[in-house]
Structure formats: structure tokens, C-alpha cells
Design a protein around this ligand. Structure first.
Ligand SMILES: *Cc1c(COP(=O)(O)O)cnc(C)c1O
Length: 351
């Protein structure tokens, strides 16, 4: 603490990211990075972008990238916003669209960064409980609010809401902006992007960090009505006019164009996720149905904290959240086959 801190700094609730351990001896299943990594075409585009042209500022509007994303998702470029990771896109959405006199609604179990943004921007929030089975209860959101935000599939549960439920949520809340964080949508859920044509209050946020294997490049985007997008642009241009560097723009364009790589990631992840879930169940875990690149599981006899510690002793990292209702759950990334087998072998010893 410092007497030079502003009063805002005292009230912040900084997000704690999963441990980033770069030691090759460790099995890292705690931050949902892709074991398949980026496609070859992305690496080639990045190598090509490493040139004396780096002396120039990047395009502040990243028009070429927005055009590629717009084409991929069947919208206009004016309906696309890009940022330095979807965390930044979400932050701008909180300030631009979700800060109102009425409180912002979000699930009690969700992405913890949302609470950090609320503290940063002075947004009042209400945590709406998920059901006992960790499903999002659409009816519980039918009340006046300053906005609604949730991840679909949800994190850290992995459970997804069908599109029909998102459509009824939008119909029931036409006066609130609804932000759907689709960080994991490519792993099996349906994107809500087609709904933006009928719902001017819907903003869908996606990232290239997970399914496209580009967590290190920092690119995320949002799709919604052009009026929502221009609100995000006003915030962005009041904060950092050049959030994406030339390398990020070049790599992201190549990533959005490589649909074959994405298809492979989808298929491989679904297969491995089933292997991981079945292996965990055989060891006495209850595993939630996941449509993400991680599973959320609780052992029927062992508490969460000692399990995480015992895995850590074996140099395996998984994520646990010390918060009510989920303190005994482990969130485990769907790694490659060797990582899954090493994790299951370690748990067989421990449990
Ligand atoms: C990983 C993640 C993000 C952030 O991804 P970026 O790397 O900032 O694009 C956003 N929301 C959820 C739910 C995530 O798990």
C-alpha cells in the first residue's frame, strides 16, 4: 500500500490469473491453453510480418482483420470490434455498455474477471445463483438490470446454454445490454452471433486464445449491432488507439482464415475430453457435462485443496477456485494424450 495510491486503487479487486510456469518439466492443465497450438499458416504470417515495416504504427482500426472476422461470421465490418485479448474487449464492454444505475447481473459462479471490472469501473453487481447442477437459470434474469454478462459455455463449469435459452433471455430483457462471453464456444456449443441480427442489445465476445491456440498473441473480438460497436470504439479511442500491433493483426488474419485447423482442434478436443471425463469418473469423480476445452470435476471422497497440492507435488498444475459451492472442484484443461494419461495415473495414486 502506498499513500500515493488513488482512492480507486484501494477499492480494486485485481484478477488472479492461473499460474504461468514455463518449466518444461511441468504438466500445465490450469489455464486452458491449446495443446495443438497455432496453425502453421499463422506462424508463416507472423514470420512474414517481422520486417522493417514494424517502424510504422499499425492500422488503429485493424480494418483488414475486422473484414476477415466479419466475413467469417456473416456480419458487416461495422459490427466487429477487435482488442488486445478478449479480456480487454470485455473491459471496454463493461465501461461502454454495462455501467448503469441499476446493477449488472451475472452468475454467482462464472469468470472472476467480471468482478474485477466492476470494482475498476464502479459498477454495482448482483450474483444470480446457478442451479444446483450449475445450470444458468434464464428465468432468474427476468428483472430490471443495468445489463447482463455471462460466459457460454460457462467458466469454470463448462456447461453451455442452448441458443433458444439465450434468445428468450434477450426477448425478456430488451432494455439491457447482454454480453455473452464465448471464449470456449468453438469446442462444441452454438455461437449466439446469428442472434445479433434480431437483437440490438446482444454483444458476443470471442477470443483467439483458446481454440485458435494463440493465447500469447492477445487477440479478441466482439460482434454486435453497429451502435454497440461504436460505443466500444469510443472507449477504446479514449484509452489506447493501437491495441493490436502489426504482428497480432497479421497472425489473427491468418488464424481466422485457417478453418481446417479449427476443425481439427474441435474434433481432437472432443475426443480427448471424453477420454479425460471417463478416466476421472472411473477414479471416483463427478464430472459436469462440458462443451469447453476443460472439465470441472469433484471427487466423491477427497477435498479439492489436498488434491491440487498432491498433483502439484507431481508437477501437474490444475485450477481450483477457493469460493463457495466450488471449493472442492478441479478445473482441468483437456491436454494432449500423454498429459491426460499422466494426470489420470497421478490421480490413481493419490485417490
Ligand atoms: C480465457 C478467457 C477469456 C480471456 O481470454 P483472452 O486471452 O483475454 O482473450 C475470457 N473469458 C473467459 C471465460 C476465459 O476463460
Amino acid at each position: 500500500m502506498s499513500r500515493f495510491w488513488s482512492s480507486t486503487v484501494h477499492t480494486l479487486r485485481p484478477y488472479t490469473p492461473g499460474e504461468q510456469c514455463n518449466d518444461p518439466g511441468w504438466i500445465k492443465l490450469n489455464t486452458n491453453e491449446s495443446p495443438l497450438g497455432p496453425s502453421e499458416s499463422v506462424l508463416a504470417a507472423l514470420r512474414d510480418a517481422v520486417s522493417p515495416r514494424l517502424k510504422l504504427y499499425p492500422d488503429p482500426d485493424a480494418a483488414a482483420l475486422r473484414a476477415v472476422i466479419a466475413r467469417h461470421h456473416g456480419v458487416e465490418p461495422s459490427q466487429v470490434f477487435v482488442g488486445n485479448g478478449s479480456d480487454e474487449v470485455l473491459a471496454h464492454a463493461f465501461l461502454a455498455l454495462l455501467k448503469h444505475p441499476l446493477p449488472l447481473l451475472m452468475p454467482d459462479i462464472g469468470y472472476n474477471f467480471y468482478a474485477s471490472y466492476c470494482a475498476l469501473f464502479g459498477i454495482e453487481r448482483v450474483a444470480v445463483p446457478l442451479s444446483d447442477a450449475f445450470a444458468l437459470d434464464v428465468a432468474a434474469y427476468q428483472r430490471p438490470s443495468g445489463g447482463i454478462v455471462f460466459a457460454n459455455p460457462n467458466a469454470p463449469t463448462g456447461r453451455a446454454l442452448p441458443l433458444s435459452d439465450i434468445a428468450s433471455l434477450l426477448d425478456a430483457n430488451p432494455a439491457s445490454a447482454v454480453v455473452v462471453d464465448e471464449a470456449y464456444v468453438d469446442f462444441g456449443a452454438d455461437t449466439a452471433i446469428p442472434l445479433v441480427h434480431r437483437h440490438p442489445n446482444l454483444l458476443v465476445v470471442q477470443t483467439l486464445s483458446k481454440s485458435r491456440g494463440l493465447a500469447g498473441l492477445r487477440v479478441g473480438f466482439a460482434i454486435g449491432h453497429a451502435d454497440l460497436i461504436s460505443g466500444l470504439e469510443r472507449v477504446k479511442n479514449s484509452f489506447n488507439a493501437y491495441p493490436l500491433g502489426s504482428l497480432a493483426i497479421a497472425g489473427a488474419i491468418a488464424a481466422m482464415q485457417d478453418t481446417a485447423h479449427l476443425e481439427r482442434v474441435r474434433t481432437v478436443t472432443a475426443t480427448r475430453r471424453a477420454v479425460l471425463a471417463a478416466g476421472l469418473e472411473a477414479l471416483g469423480f463427478d464430472v459436469l457435462p462440458s462443451l469447453a476445452n476443460f472439465v470441472f470435476a469433484r471427487h466423491r471422497r477427497h477435498a479439492g485443496a489436498p488434491l491440487v497440492a498432491a498433483l502439484r507435488e507431481r508437477r501437474i498444475l490444475v485450477r481450483r477456485f477457493a469460493q463457495p459451492r466450488i471449493e472442492d472442484h478441479l478445473r482441468i484443461t483437456v491436454g494432449d494424450e500423454a498429459q491426460i494419461q499422466a494426470l489420470l495415473a497421478a490421480l490413481a495414486e493419490i485417490t
